[in-house]
Design a protein around this ligand. Structure first.
Ligand SMILES: Nc1ncnc2c1ncn2[C@@H]1O[C@H](COP(=O)(O)OP(=O)(O)OP(=O)(O)O)[C@@H](O)[C@H]1O
Ligand SMILES: [Mg+2]
Length: 462
């Protein structure tokens, strides 16, 4: 085994000399090891030679329209040769068909000509996301490694999330459909919103729809509208979400739960840009960007026949995979900071903070519920911790390293009755999102009494 190079190896394949030169220069300056060739056949020979030498390429960047061997034929040959190498396509003619075909051949992403050096670098970074060889000493080791980055409502420090942000920036500018996957609580909805916020459609509607929340018959009319008399109870003609969102963005959450009956109808909109209201015969043109998300394994659903393959490919033009929190522990500290920052004011404990041991416990925990669970754990700890300094014990993380399982200890041991009351009221108010009537009901007191207690504890604004 020869040792791995310290930077990723890239092979650029394009029949235009200018593109080869431009990409080569930009990417070499970024610290990659770059070779460039003018046709597919030569590139295939080079790839297999590199493999034989034990120094395989990590990424192939290929033009789509090339002669004599065209890009799609080339990448399918690349696949046959090397299962591990990543592939990125450059195209001057972005059609959905090429995108879908390229994806089937295993291309991970696209760059549309003309592009800027920044776009090229972002796309390469994204294509190489998760690349594991050591990068030390190379120009790639970003000086900004420790910096916290924000994108829309998302906060991150990990390399994988930063690569994801770069991907999102490029996706946002495009029009094509986006499919966001990832475990529950990883931030898929925030990702969808961030894409919209950075898209040319940011001034138009963002309409979230939960596909698992509605019954089939209603869902269809909800999405596509209906004509008067289309079904019992349809007394009025009604526009669907696709019409409301015309010019805007529709977020189809839990797309994996969309019924087989509705799938072809959605496919039709994506293909033709046209909807058919329930009870109608004529199509209505709509211009809607669709962003879909699911925590399910859609590929497995396709295999099992529960999700149409053609719809899958239509949705999957851009694929965003949000990694689970345990795979990006670098994000835990900035996330905890951001959540505590918001909480301090809301719960009226300006001094509340994590002890180093509590932070270590958070970083060592497995987070089956991902970022959402982290936020909830902090909310509970910040509200209930007897001291402003949150200890590992205050986190009540079961089975976490560094945090003993709850011993059944009573957490209010050293508190006065007033402290407990104050904290309990705050806790309940938070759970009720500040709704005083609801909180009073849970606390078993009337609203006047609650109001008096709030003013006594200085919590009028809580
Ligand atoms: N990177 C992040 N930065 C800040 N907050 C985040 C981040 N990721 C997730 N969150 C917060 O975590 C919570 C869960 O996120 P979100 O609702 O987007 O998850 P989801 O993937 O859609 O989950 P589900 O599959 O259960 O619907 C939200 O309160 C969101 O604001
Ligand atoms: Mg969600």
């Amino acid at each position: 085994m020869s040792s791995r190079p310290t930077s990723p190896r890239l092979l650029i394949v394009d029949d235009e000399h200018g593109i080869r030169k431009l990409c080569g220069d930009v990417l070499r300056r970024s610290g990659y090891l770059v070779e460039a060739l003018g046709d597919g056949e030569a590139a295939l020979r080079r790839l297999s030679a590199a493999q034989a030498e034990g120094a395989p390429f990590d990424l192939v960047i290929s033009d789509v329209r090339m002669k004599p061997m065209d890009g799609l034929a080339f990448i399918s040959a690349v696949r046959a040769l090397d299962d591990d190498v990543r592939v990125m396509l450059i195209t001057g003619y972005p059609t959905l068909e090429t995108a879908v075909e390229g994806m089937k051949q295993g291309a991970r992403n696209y760059l549309t000509k003309p592009f800027t050096p920044i776009e090229l670098r972002d796309a390469v970074k994204e294509a190489l996301a998760g690349w594991t060889a050591p990068l030390s000493g190379s120009a790639l080791e970003a000086a900004a490694e420790d910096e916290v980055e924000r994108f829309g409502g998302l906060v991150a420090r990990s390399a994988s999330m930063k690569a994801l942000f770069a991907q999102l920036r490029r996706i946002a500018r495009a029009q094509a459909t986006v499919l966001i996957t990832g475990e529950s609580g990883t931030g898929k909805e925030l990702v969808a919103r961030a894409v919209w916020q950075h898209s040319p459609r940011r001034d138009r509607l963002f309409a979230p729809v939960n596909c698992s929340a509605l019954v089939d018959s209603l869902m269809e009319s909800e999405l596509f509208g209906h004509l008067k008399g289309a079904f019992t109870g349809a007394n009025q003609q009604k526009a669907g979400l696709f019409q409301y969102a015309d010019g805007g963005t529709l977020f189809l959450d839990e797309i994996g739960d969309l019924s087989l009956a509705l799938q072809p109808k959605l496919l039709r909109v994506l293909q033709e840009g046209e909807i058919k209201p329930v009870g109608g015969v004529r199509g209505v043109k709509v211009d809607v960007r669709v962003i879909a998300a699911t925590h399910r394994d859609l590929e497995a659903h396709v295999q099992a026949g529960a999700f149409r393959e053609d719809l899958f490919y239509r949705l999957n033009v851009f694929r965003v995979e949000v990694p689970p929190l345990r795979a990006r522990r670098d994000d835990i500290e900035p996330l905890a900071d951001a959540f505590l920052h918001d909480l301090r004011e809301r719960i009226g404990r300006p001094g509340v903070h994590l002890t180093p041991r509590a932070l270590a416990a958070l970083q060592g925990y497995a987070w089956p519920g991902n970022v959402r669970q982290l936020r909830n754990v902090l909310l509970r700890a910040a509200t209930l911790a007897p001291e402003d300094a949150i200890t590992p014990e205050d986190l009540w993380l079961d089975g976490a390293e560094g945090a003993p399982p709850p011993t059944g200890d009573y957490p209010f041991e050293d508190l006065t009755l007033e402290d407990v009351e104050r904290r309990h009221i705050l806790h309940v108010l938070r759970r009720c999102q500040g709704n005083r009537s609801h909180a009073a009901r849970i606390l078993g007191i009337n609203r006047t009494t609650l109001w008096k207690k709030l003013s006594r504890y200085g919590l009028e604004d809580a």
